[in-house]
Write a protein that binds this ligand. Structure first.
Ligand code: UDP
Ligand code: MG
Length: 320
């Protein structure tokens, strides 16, 4: 019988060829020192650079490294899903490929989980001074809104560096989520959790793979995943517009009774534009939710695995 794997380390990576050598150099000793059986699940999220080739080369000297290649760029959270679903360890740590999350902290997470019998240990960023001002500000707003919307059970500044015990991974796998946002989904399950704080380091090499578009997508997914509050916004906006209309009607009536008329096509024009804008925003909000329902009923996979080094390569696979 093969020894069961105690720890899986899941690393989603997209165009990370520049970060890979430094990652291996720091991650491998950190894991070897733990004295547990482990696997590193590197999920190549459809990279266009040499990431898959580098990974396969690294695998020759690092047998614990497992390579999963997604056929298309599915996004960070979907890549994480692929890694979580295919990991086998009793504990699963997810970590970024750019060394912004220190691998040495995995030892602390594992210790805390074992000593205090915890199911989840969050890596909480105590210091983000190495992140750009823009990133810090947007992250601050993001966590503040999320906590307001979903409740205080969501730990602040806990990103995707965390440790999960197998029962949590199984619970996540059982969920029918199409666009999961793990930093919200994981705490919502209610498992016993603890925290390990760490200082967010600078990206070791390359550029961020989270451009503004992907950040906005994550924020929209986070909100629509957990709250229908934006739908209520439409009702409120409609009520406000109706109220303003009533006030203006009263005003117009008074002016008319006084034997005059309210001048100006500009006010009319602005009112029409404003209402048109409000209506389109509300329609867009509605569309977001309808889109989620659509994705759910379509039941398509959110990622496509082209290659997994732990299973025999399909015929014609030219990667290994
Ligand atoms: N990532 C991914 N798919 C994507 C975008 C990002 O797998 O479409 C990975 C990326 O390689 C990294 C992690 O997600 O390991 C976090 O991304 P990044 O460090 O660029 O985000 P930031 O730290 O700037 O928020
Ligand atoms: Mg990063």
């Amino acid at each position: 019988m093969p020894t069961p794997t105690e720890l899986s380390v899941v690393i989603p990576m997209y165009n990370e060829e520049e970060a890979l050598p430094a990652l291996a150099e720091r991650l491998r000793p950190a894991l070897d020192e733990l004295g547990v059986t482990y696997e590193v699940v590197a999920v190549d999220d459809g990279s266009h650079d040499e990431t898959p080739q580098h990974l396969l080369a690294m695998r020759r000297t690092w047998p614990q490294l497992r390579v999963i290649r997604l056929r298309r760029n599915a996004g960070h959270q979907a890549a994480l899903t692929a890694g979580l679903h295919r990991s086998v360890g009793a504990y699963v740590v997810s970590i970024d490929a750019d060394l912004q999350d220190p691998p040495e902290k995995i030892a602390d997470m594992l210790r805390l989980a074992r000593d205090e019998n915890l199911d989840i240990v969050y890596g909480v960023r105590s210091d983000r001074t190495t992140d750009s001002f823009f990133k810090r500000t947007t992250a601050g707003i993001y966590y503040a809104i999320m906590q307001k919307l979903v409740g205080s059970w969501m730990p602040r500044h806990a990103g995707d560096f965390r440790l999960l015990r197998r029962p949590v991974v199984d619970a996540l796998k059982a969920l029918p989520e199409r666009q999961p946002v793990y930093r919200m989904l994981v705490p919502s399950l209610g498992f016993a959790s603890g925290e390990v704080t760490y200082v967010r380091e600078e990206r070791v090499a390359g550029k961020t793979k989270y451009p503004i578009g992907k950040m906005v997508r994550l924020a929209i997914d986070s909100i629509t995943n957990f709250s229908a509050a934006p739908l209520r916004l439409a009702t409120y906006l409609g009520a406000i517009a109706f109220f303003v209309c009533l006030v203006l009607l009263g005003f117009g009536l008074v002016v008319w009774l006084a034997g005059s008329t309210v001048p100006g096509w500009m006010s009319l024009f602005l009112a029409v534009l404003l209402l048109g804008g409000v209506q389109l925003v509300c329609l867009g909000l509605l569309g977001e939710y309808v889109g989620r329902i659509y994705a759910t009923v379509q039941h398509r996979p959110t990622y496509f695995v082209g290659y997994d080094s732990s299973t025999p390569a399909p015929a014609g696979d030219d990667l290994d």
